[in-house]
Design a protein around this ligand. Structure first.
Ligand code: PEP
Length: 253
């Protein structure tokens, strides 16, 4: 059975102390996760160890980095490698968030290298895809996300594709308060699963978690996560407020 996941993306927000308090407040809610559920905190690099030690005591709570280098090691000032993350026992990493694609020029082919780095060091990539408003308005969103998958993921063999989590994040819904309707989310998630099935077979496609991201809030999570092909969410703004994220965790199937 594929995992149902609530992933928090803190982006470049919160001081260390605010981050600690947020985690404490979330853990104070004492939510026990079922075996098929997972909560993942994608935090800034300097908070990884603190978050790892807070999460390692609690079943199915995990820590993620928000990015890693496409290179092994060397003279790349300011970069953090997948091997470094692995050495901190970080098991997840967001790859290809639309903000990194837009502000840091990350291309599908560069992202395929980052995916490879993660897998090489036993880190599960949370691979983001999703279209801009202009692409959606021109009606070619399905082809667009299919290309993102093909160019960044489809070099993987069956064993490795199973280790990926996908996050569908329509750019027009990120941080805008404009959520995709549950019908729009379900339609795209079903499309992504069919693209995966065509490439790798139904058996594999049905086991890959596909998260929705884009203005997931406490008051819409239940409906979105209730869609048959939506396996939880990647959450920005609402993950910074304990009571909202707690409600989002409680909305997991
Ligand atoms: C995100 O950062 O991935 C995101 C979906 O942000 P928000 O929930 O704020 O739209």
């Amino acid at each position: 059975m594929r995992k149902q996941i609530a992933a928090a993306n803190w982006k470049m927000n919160l001081t260390f102390q605010q981050g600690e308090k947020l985690l404490d407040d979330i853990f104070d809610a004492g939510i026990d996760l079922a075996t098929h559920q997972q909560v993942i905190f994608a935090v800034p690099f300097p908070y990884l160890l603190m978050t790892r030690s807070e999460t390692e005591e609690v079943k199915n709570y995990e820590v993620a980095a928000q990015n890693c280098s496409d290179k092994d090691s060397g003279a790349y000032t300011g970069e953090v490698s997948a091997e470094m993350l692995h050495s901190l026992a970080v098991n997840f990493c967001i790859i290809g968030h639309s903000e990194r694609r837009e502000y840091f020029g990350e291309t599908n082919s560069l992202l395929s290298e980052k995916v490879n780095q993660c897998l090489k060091f036993n880190i599960t990539p949370i691979f983001c895809c999703g279209e801009s408003l202009a692409i959606r308005e021109s009606g070619i969103q399905n082809e667009f996300v299919q290309t993102q998958l093909r160019e960044s993921l489809f070099h993987l063999n069956e064993e490795n594709i199973k280790r990926i989590v996908i996050a569908y994040e329509p750019i027009w819904a990120i941080g805008t308060g404009k959520t995709a309707s549950s019908a729009q989310a379900q339609e795209m998630h079903a499309h992504l699963r069919s693209v995966l099935a065509k490439q790798y077979g139904n058996g594999i496609a049905k086991d890959i978690s596909i998260l929705y991201g884009g203005s997931v809030k406490a008051n819409n999570a239940k409906e979105l996560f209730g869609c048959p092909d939506v396996d939880g969410g990647l959450v920005g703004g609402a993950s910074l407020v304990a009571k909202d994220f707690i409600e989002i965790i409680r909305s997991l199937k």
